[in-house]
Structure formats: structure tokens, C-alpha cells
Design a binder for this molecule. Structure first.
Ligand code: SF4
Ligand code: SF4
Length: 110
């Protein structure tokens, strides 16, 4: 997939990417960082906020009743923004879902 230059894009904080179905995968290092950020032990964080992906490769964040990421607030902020997983940081620069252009406001005609 073509990489999207960061200077061609600005996030409107619509929250759609955090509501999109699918895993939010984390590395072991990210699990530790998020647990620290929340003041939890890795065991506590893992039990309360994660589940194992079907391919058993990663832990993924759980979702709320609406199917949104558990850390998305009602006003579309990320509770763990300072330590959010690389997968979140990489959207839409390195990966995208179908229809992403309708959500993400692009600069210029990119
Ligand atoms: S869908 Fe795009 S504009 Fe909306 S929050 Fe995600 S990155 Fe930002
Ligand atoms: S961790 Fe934050 S940025 Fe990532 S999906 Fe959840 S709310 Fe969105």
C-alpha cells in the first residue's frame, strides 16, 4: 500500500477509525507502556482491557458495547493518546479501511 505523506493530511478527530471493526493489536512493549500509563500492572491491564487475537499473535484492545475501542471517549478523544499503539499512529499513513477518504480530511488533492 502506498504510504501517505503526513504533510498531506490532518485529522479532524471524527473518531471513525477508532470505531471501525477489527483488532487494535499491541506489542508486548506497548502493553507494558499502556499499563504503566494507566497505573496498572501488566496482569491487571491485560485482564481488564485486552483479549487474544484469533491468530494468537497479539493482544488486542477490547471494545465497548457499541463496538468502539474501549479507550475512545464520547467526544472522540483517546484516553491513552500519549501511549497509543503504533497501529493507531499508522492510520491512515500506512494502512486504511475502505471509505477512509470520506472520513479523513485531506490537504490538497491527494
Ligand atoms: S478517521 Fe481519519 S479524521 Fe477520523 S479520527 Fe481517524 S484519522 Fe482522524
Ligand atoms: S487506542 Fe486510542 S487511537 Fe487507538 S483505537 Fe483506541 S481510542 Fe483510537
Amino acid at each position: 500500500m502506498k504510504l501517505l505523506p503526513r504533510d498531506k493530511y490532518s485529522c479532524t478527530c471524527c473518531g471513525v477509525c477508532c470505531k471501525w471493526p477489527g483488532y487494535v493489536r499491541m506489542t508486548d512493549k506497548e502493553v507494558g507502556e499502556i499499563a504503566d500509563f494507566l497505573g496498572l500492572s501488566v496482569a491487571e491491564f491485560t485482564k481488564k482491557y485486552t483479549h487474544l487475537t484469533n491468530d494468537r499473535r497479539n493482544l488486542s484492545l477490547i471494545e465497548n458495547e457499541q463496538g468502539h475501542c474501549i479507550f475512545l471517549t464520547e467526544d472522540n478523544r483517546c484516553v491513552i493518546n500519549d501511549v497509543k499503539p503504533q497501529q493507531c499512529r499508522d492510520f491512515p499513513f500506512k494502512w486504511r479501511f475502505f471509505g477512509w477518504r470520506k472520513q479523513c480530511k485531506m490537504k490538497k488533492n491527494y
